[in-house]
Design a protein around this ligand. Structure first.
Ligand code: S6P
Ligand code: ZN
Length: 183
C-alpha cells in the first residue's frame, strides 16, 4: 500500500507532485494600463503564484487539472493587481473557479469582447463558459486565493489578450472597484 501524498487543505494544495508557477511584476509587461508606472515599480514584486497538480500530461483528452492561485494585494496606479488572463487554446473548454480567501473580481470576456464580472469571496463558485477569456483582480487588502479546475487539454491562448487586451479594466475609483471600458 502506498502513502497518499496529495492534499487540498486549509486552502492550500500540498504534495510532492504539486508544482508552483510564480509571476513577478517584471513578467507582466504591457498587462496594466499604466506601463510607465509599472516599469518604475519593484520588478521583483510577486504579483501572483499558482500551485497546481497535473495528474496527466498537458493535452490529455478527458483529464483534469487542479490549481490554487494567490494574488497579492496592490495596484499599478488605479488598477488592481490581477492575473494575465487568457482564452483556452482549445476554445470549447470551460473551467470552474471558487473563492477561498480575500475578495476580488472575476472578469470574463466573450469573443464579441463583451465583458462582465463576478464578485469573488470565500465560498463563491464561478463557472467560466467555453470560449470566454478569464482574469481575476484582487480588490481587497488581503491575499486573494481561489481554486480552479480545468480540462487537461484546454491549453492557454495568452496571445489574443496580449495583442488586444480586455475590453474593460478593473480600476479603484475612490475606493470602489469599477469596470472601465477601454474601447
Ligand atoms: C488555468 C486557470 C488558472 C490560471 C491562473 C493564472 O486554466 O485559469 O490556473 O492559469 O489563475 O492566470 P493566468 O491568466 O496567468 O494563467
Ligand atoms: Zn483558464
Amino acid at each position: 500500500m502506498s502513502t497518499h501524498d496529495l492534499f487540498f487543505m486549509n486552502g492550500r494544495l500540498e504534495g510532492a507532485a504539486v508544482k508552483r508557477k510564480t509571476t513577478y511584476l517584471k513578467d507582466l509587461s504591457g498587462v496594466f494600463k499604466d506601463e510607465n508606472l509599472r516599469v518604475k515599480m519593484s520588478q521583483e514584486l510577486v504579483i501572483y503564484d499558482v500551485d497546481f497538480y497535473q495528474p496527466v500530461e498537458p493535452g490529455t483528452q478527458g483529464g483534469l487539472f487542479f490549481g490554487v492561485t494567490r494574488i497579492q494585494p496592490g495596484q499599478v496606479g488605479e488598477e488592481y493587481f490581477m492575473t494575465r488572463g487568457h482564452f483556452h487554446a482549445i476554445v470549447d473548454r470551460g473551467e470552474f473557479y471558487w473563492g477561498i480567501n480575500g475578495t476580488g473580481m472575476l472578469i470574463l470576456m466573450d469573443r464579441n469582447r463583451k465583458v462582465r464580472s463576478e464578485e469573488m469571496k470565500p465560498g463563491s463558485l464561478h463557472y467560466i463558459p467555453a470560449d470566454t477569456a478569464h482574469r481575476v483582480a484582487n480588490t481587497g487588502n488581503d491575499v486573494l486565493s481561489f481554486g480552479a479546475c480545468w480540462p487537461a487539454d484546454a491549453g492557454y491562448d495568452y496571445e489574443e489578450i496580449k495583442i488586444h487586451g480586455f475590453a474593460a479594466r478593473l480600476m479603484n475609483k475612490n475606493g470602489v472597484p469599477q469596470l472601465i471600458n477601454q474601447e
